[in-house]
Ligand binder design. Sequence first.
Ligand SMILES: [Zn+2]
Ligand SMILES: [Zn+2]
Length: 167
Amino acid sequence: MSRFTSKGMWRIPGTGKKKKKDKAGTEEPMIVKQCFCPNGHNLINPKVNVQGHHGILLKVKRGKDEGFVALSPVCGDKSKYTIDIELHEGEVIEMLCPKCNVPLPIYAPCDCGADMITLFRDKHGNFCNCIGICNRVGCSHSEIKWGTELFNLYRRKGEIRGTEGYI
Ligand SMILES: [Zn+2]
Ligand SMILES: [Zn+2]
């Protein structure tokens, strides 16, 4: 193959990648519409836009540094951006509610040695109705995980307590 097209244009290999369609083609991505801190504050912030959706805004702490991180509400989407703080791959950060500063509770340890942090899907702090995210920047689990996905992840490892009745 010539490096130029018939029109003399430079061929650039590897571009024009087509986006893969969903397996079923019809499956809607799961989008978190609301999620809460243990005190019932909604963490979805309409002022934050991530990938065209209202993002999940969390306060983050690393030592003395504080800032915010906006997460994509789409399950499996790692898009996020930081405000007033620079985060680096591999760092473990504290995640707090931006309204009441309460640290978000730990769901279970993550594979990477950091923690899976809980965001509740109702105002009652119910661990059976929650989503999770690893607090290590760049972890393969540093995206919103839906309750069932989260549950299955840990059920396999047998690390969840009080699972009777679910299996
Ligand atoms: Zn709160
Ligand atoms: Zn992790």
